[in-house]
Unconditional design. Sequence first.
Length: 357
Amino acid sequence: MNKVSFALTCPSCSGLLNVCEGDTHTVCPSCSSSLLLSNAVGKFVLPSRKSSIDVLRSIRRKLQNINPRGTESAKVSRPILYYVPFWHCSAQVNGYVLGVEPVFRDIEIPVASSNGQGASGYTVYVTKKIKTRAGSDAVEREIQISGCVNISGADLEPLGIPTLSSDSQLSIQGLDIQRDTLPDGLEVLEDESSREGVFVDPVVSLIEARVQTVKYLSRLGSGAGFGLEERWEYILVSGHREMLVYYPLWVTDFRLGGRAFQIVVDGRSGEIIRGRFPSSNKDKKILTIAMAVLWAGLIPVFADLVLSGKLNYTAISGNQSSCMPIIIIIMAGLAYGTYHLLKILGNLKGKGSEIIV
């Protein structure tokens, strides 16, 4: 992935500095001066709780449950630990919403009972409350919200993991990091080279993450005007605070029957987040056996009907007729359907089917 960097100058030699998103310090390539970047965004990491051995065991267990025969022949590659970036952005939302709020009141009206007439022979009425609009009031609602949101710093779609953004409606299922919360256990990231794993550089800039944060929090603040008519709102998002959080994901693949299957494992829980596994083709075998049993039961029945003469009957006109044409049509239809079913199963043979996790 390409690094997102800004061109700054060294205060000592005016040489160009390449500063990546989230860097808190850098070294000038011209004069080797060590520089501390003021107002820099802090970088944090959620360490992986699982080792590569734990990841391999999780994959083996899953493969054993789905396709026991393929466990021994599957060749699993060495898992690679990636730390993927997320922007954790928080801010204050202030403002107010002006609008018209409808006013309703309950009134009681007599309604004829569904039971018909009473014991005295007269119609029975009951009282029912209904809500009716009585007018409207001009209201002003104040907005004071402290909110936060997590924005994906890298595109995880190739791994089958949805991206977190201001437009996301749901969180990422299976991960500890969610749309607006962070798990416990954050550690300050001072030196990436001192830790195992590959740190993925963010491709979403801090400015873009802040724009998405304003959009998301403004939508939350706008919720204060729910139920108002002809509303007008003023929302201000301020006090931005950001941090760059790296989340651990193990990525590996295994080969089985000449095909490759990619697996993504959560470095925190060790659970498989996304992946493809070959099925054991049990459904195909069951379907084939069911069709064989069906024909084994139908052929003797049809043979008995033909040989015993039970298909012959006397029509209203007194002529002798037979149900043989109907039986032939039914048999032809079943044979045609069986032929196409076997043809489909034959095309699937060797290709295998997959189970998506």
